[in-house]
Write a protein that binds this ligand. Sequence first.
Ligand SMILES: [Zn+2]
Ligand SMILES: [Zn+2]
Length: 242
Amino acid sequence: MEKLEILKDLAAAFRWTAKLNMHEAIANHFSVCAPNSNEDFYVNGTGMHFSSIKASDLFLVEQSKINELKDKPELVDPTALHIHGSIHKKVPHAKCILHVHSKYATALAALEDPTLPPIDQNTMRFFNRVGVYRDFGGMGFEEESEKMASKIGNKKVLLMANHGVLTTGQTVAEAFDELYYFERACETYITALSTQKKLKIVSDEVAEKTAQEWENFSTDAKDLHLKAIRSILDKEDPSYKN
Ligand SMILES: [Zn+2]
Ligand SMILES: [Zn+2]
């Protein structure tokens, strides 16, 4: 995919995440690798609201210049440089990283046991498929970021205890679909917990089978999901593409 299309996809993901109210003030970051690189990445710059980000706003971070940028917080949030910089460098499948403190994923991250039990199709999608970083030690600067990156392994989702979540993908569409469904799954679980009734948890076998069924049919669905969002934005406010 050419660079401009990738940046438009990421801008659309920012806009839609704001509509879903999964953003937080002007914090949180989405990043995607430059098309010819596994390490250099585009990310939102300091002070930008998710709801108004345009493709041309996205800031190119070259790993060779990352240390200089860390002294310029007016350009890019240093925690974005640390967290996204470490993960893009260490995790080859994380071409795109979406990092938020969305309401329900963060509520899950606040529980003593942040395991998502298989109670519906969306929670089953993530059965045994979530990395968990349990040792929150402060904001995402150098040491903390390296530890986070080491907990992803081959997973696409990293739940960061006492913090939030990040999802990864080979493409923006894949990481966004992951983020959307993970937040939905957490919403269902937290809502079910709030009834204080006993949960109906399915067997590991059924949960694993359902997770594999998601994996087998959902590659196109992920692309179509973002495409559908872009076609709505194209009618409502195509400025994300500028
Ligand atoms: Zn981030
Ligand atoms: Zn965060």
